[in-house]
Design a protein around this ligand. Structure first.
Ligand code: PEP
Ligand code: MG
Length: 603
């Protein structure tokens, strides 16, 4: 990364290019002031008048947002009005006025600071996400109580397009911006789900948030090029860099239109082969995204989130309810629940694990579950109960031996029998599948396939363990090569073993969303791919353009290739005959899937 380049999170797509304009605001200084007992009631009344005035200001913004961005975006200001009128908070301010004889602004400032600190340190990320809303309301209140109005007049003075740089963008400011004057937005704080980000997206203003030090690094007036999709920011770009950025934006838009146009179409190759596209779901909120993108079920329901960041283990009932709920969203399609894959990159705080020098080669995943049946058994019962009336499959991660599979199946059978004997509604059995994630499992693929109902290749781990390359080590990123001949040949072997056993084989690693790799996977005969939900439209687009016959031929060559470069070149060449490669170029249209820890960060 050059010193002209900054990185943040792209929250509103589009490329923008203009001089920088810094927006700085701070909370006003509040003069120390007390009031006499006789003035107390008037001071409390002043507080409530301010709440009313600020609510009116927010209502004006709500109406404006309704007109500019629709009812959903306008709801942001309904929520802000509720926050401004929060009775518990205002009562606490009132009490402070009465008890300590403080002026309304002093009391409000005191309580506001307490609340802000609490939200800042909250474990729940949604509270931290809403800090910008809280700050904006508190600022309006304090300014009003001091007899000043929010000074947004400078907005009207912008004559030429600018890129606004701020520490934090409030929704109230964002909704007053228009593309004619504000070409793009950069802020030090903020995430994809911040309200200002949502509004910028609705208004079509490209934006990058979460850029630490932006105000300091970008001098006022510097020409800034920002890409609201990739989060890349370039200062003083050359004419060539500008042209490249423009072309990328045009191509990306073209690809988006193509993806939209096939949204309701099936994933069938031009020569009629049906491919099942499923979603990898890590968090409950991804279920909706998967449904919206037409996922035919869930090929990998990661369950670690049920434990991560918690101090107690989830109950059997809670788990049953969650698996049922996910399965209900995909009626007619299976949901593959993967049992806990703890350890390595994913150890929950509820679970005290010894420090390990080599966590990826350590006590993890199925090893933990088999050693600690008191964690595993409730999960197995929950899966069996949820499977009573839903199409739920059970998948075991990190299996390296037939013994592990047999032991896990033994526990599942015991739990099924126990539930039945106790008269609990539960499935008598569920399809039990194995993840193929280690060379050991590949070598045993025929034996495992004979004993399993299905197999799914976890190419993230299979690549890591085959190449001895830590999947989360940024320094090794270029060596992490799922298209290495050693991985490619294992993929073929697993597919053939599954075919010999007459069971389904899928791929659920990130590789399944790489357009070049899809040529290989389909060509090898994988007809079930499971990817992060946002990637489903792109995978479908590749499938609909790529004849199976061509993919088969490319795969035959790929398994004979001796270097990663040869594998890649051959697959790329085939793909290039059916799609415009510039649309899927890693440096262009879409960010490449990044293989890192699969769990969200702890709160
Ligand atoms: C994999 O290893 O490819 C996989 C899908 O599992 P996870 O990324 O959760 O380890
Ligand atoms: Mg894995």
């Amino acid at each position: 990364m050059s010193d002209r380049e900054l990185r943040g999170v792209g929250v509103s797509p589009g490329v923008a290019f203009a001089p920088a304009l810094a927006v700085r605001w701070t909370f006003p200084e509040i003069p120390e002031r007390t009031v006499g007992p006789a003035e107390l009631e008037a001071e409390v009344a002043r507080l409530h008048q301010a709440v009313q005035a600020v609510s009116d200001q927010l209502d004006v913004l709500r109406i404006r947002t309704l007109q500019r961005a629709g009812p959903e975006a306008a709801g942001i200001f309904d929520a802000q009005i509720m926050l401004a009128q929060d009775t518990d908070f205002l009562t606490s301010v009132e009490t402070l006025i009465r008890k300590n004889l403080l002026s309304a602004e002093s009391a409000y400032e005191f309580r506001a600071l307490e609340l802000r600190n609490a939200w800042q340190n909250a474990r729940q990320s949604f509270l931290r996400d809403r800090l910008a809303d809280l700050n904006a309301i508190q600022l309006r209140m304090l300014l009003h109580l001091l007899g000043r109005t929010a000074d947004d007049a400078w907005l009207g003075e912008i004559r030429e397009p600018v890129i606004l740089i701020a520490h934090e963008l409030s929704p109230g400011l964002t909704v007053q911006l228009d593309r004619e004057h504000v070409a793009g937005l950069i802020s030090e704080e903020g995430t994809r789900t911040s309200h200002a980000a949502i509004l910028a997206h609705s208004l079509g203003i490209p934006a990058v948030m979460g850029v630490p030090g932006a105000l300091e690094c970008i001098a006022e007036g510097t020409i800034v090029l920002l890409d609201g999709q990739t989060g890349r920011i370039l200062l003083d770009p050359t004419p060539n860099e500008l042209e490249t950025a423009r072309l990328q934006a045009v191509r990306r838009h073209r690809l988006e239109l193509q993806l939209e146009s096939i949204a309701g179409e099936p994933a069938v190759t031009p020569d009629g082969a049906e491919i099942t596209l499923q979603g990898n779901v890590d968090l409950p909120e991804e279920v909706d995204v998967a449904v919206r993108h037409g996922a035919q079920g869930v090929g990998l329901l990661r369950t670690e989130f049920l434990i991560t960041g918690r101090t107690t283990l989830p109950s059997e009932d809670e788990q049953t309810e969650y698996y049922r709920r996910v399965a209900a969203a995909f009626t007619g399609h299976p949901v593959v629940v993967r049992t806990y894959d703890l350890g390595g990159d994913k150890f929950p705080s509820a679970f005290v694990a010894p420090h390990e020098p080599n966590p990826f080669l350590g006590w993890r995943s199925i090893r933990v579950c088999l050693d600690q049946p008191e964690i595993f058994r409730p999960q197995l019962r929950a899966i069996l109960r949820a499977a009573a009336d839903r199409d739920i499959w059970l998948m075991l991660p990190m299996i390296i031996s037939l013994d592990e599979l047999a032991e896990a199946k033994g526990l599942i059978a015991e739990e099924a029998a126990g539930l039945h004997a106790a008269g609990v509604r539960a499935a008598r059995d569920v399809p039990v599948g194995v993840m193929i994630e280690t060379p050991a499992a590949v070598m045993l693929a025929d034996d495992l396939a004979a004993a399993a109902a299905f197999v799914s290749v976890g190419t993230n781990d299979l690549t890591q363990y085959t190449l001895a390359v830590d999947r989360s080590n940024a320094r090794l990123a270029s060596r992490f090569a799922p298209l290495h001949p050693a991985v490619v040949r294992q993929l073929r072997h697993v597919r053939e073993a599954a075919a010999r056993a007459g069971i389904s084989a899928s791929v659920c690693g990130e590789m399944a969303s790489d357009p070049v790799a899809i040529v290989l996977l389909i060509g090898l005969g994988y007809d079930r791919l499971s990817t992060a939900p946002p990637s489903i439209p792109l995978v479908k687009w590749v499938v609909r353009n790529l004849p199976l016959a061509a993919a088969r031929e490319a795969a035959t060559h790929a398994v004979q290739a001796t270097t990663t470069e040869q594998v890649q070149a051959g697959l790329r060449e085939t793909l290039g005959r059916y799609v415009d490669l510039r649309l899927v170029d890693p440096s262009g249209a879409l960010p490449r899937p990044l293989v890192t820890a699969s769990l969200p960060r702890k709160d």
